[in-house]
Design a protein around this ligand. Structure first.
Ligand code: NI
Length: 183
């Protein structure tokens, strides 16, 4: 399994905007996708973007059935999106705690838009689009941020809402659950 190293927060390439994919269906693209998938699964991720394995290309994937890092979230079908774009459909901002494979061992509370439309392409170059809400919209915004060189700590409003998992995880899960229930 080609599991890749995950460069950590502070690595300058994580803060760079990534390049679009111009050729679909190539062995290079499939190899990149396989590396991303294997790395995401090995790290228990619910999403990953190519820059997180050191490749500054506009490729993201997300999806999970059940994830121990986010135990209360409804499943999200697995999807791969190339050159994704998002449009905000509901600009209500919801605060929830997030983690990131590039920021291991930490969690932070950040605002995200409630509802977004995504557009992009599958690995063969077929167009994809859809609408996501709440936690699923959040994951999409988080992954699209990665290919624009932005990581969640840059969205934290109050730095008291940032901490080590062993300290804040219980509070984070509880508060996230309250957000879901209060819909
Ligand atoms: Ni991330």
């Amino acid at each position: 399994m080609p599991v890749k190293q995950l460069p950590k927060y502070g690595t300058l390439s994580l803060f760079q905007a990534s390049e679009p994919i111009t050729e679909f269906g190539t062995p290079e693209l499939y190899a990149l996708i396989e590396d991303m998938r294997d790395t995401m699964i090995a790290a228990n991720g619910i999403g990953i973007a190519a820059p997180q394995i050191g490749v500054n290309k506009r490729v993201i994937m997300l999806g999970y059935d059940h994830n121990p890092r986010y135990p209360n979230m409804k499943p999200l079908p697995f999807m791969i999106l190339i050159n994704p774009e998002i449009e905000i459909l509901d600009d209500t901002q919801i605060f929830m705690w997030e983690g990131c494979l590039s920021v291991p061992g930490l969690r932070g509370k950040v605002p995200r838009y409630k509802k977004v439309k995504y557009k992009g392409w599958d690995p063969e170059g077929n167009p994809l689009e859809g609408i996501l809400e709440d936690f699923h919209a959040r994951v999409m915004q988080h992954e699209v941020d990665h290919i624009n060189g932005k990581l969640y700590p840059l969205h934290i409003i109050d730095m008291h809402d940032f901490g080590f998992e062993e300290v804040v995880l219980e509070r984070a899960i509880e508060e996230n659950q309250m957000v879901i229930l209060s819909k």
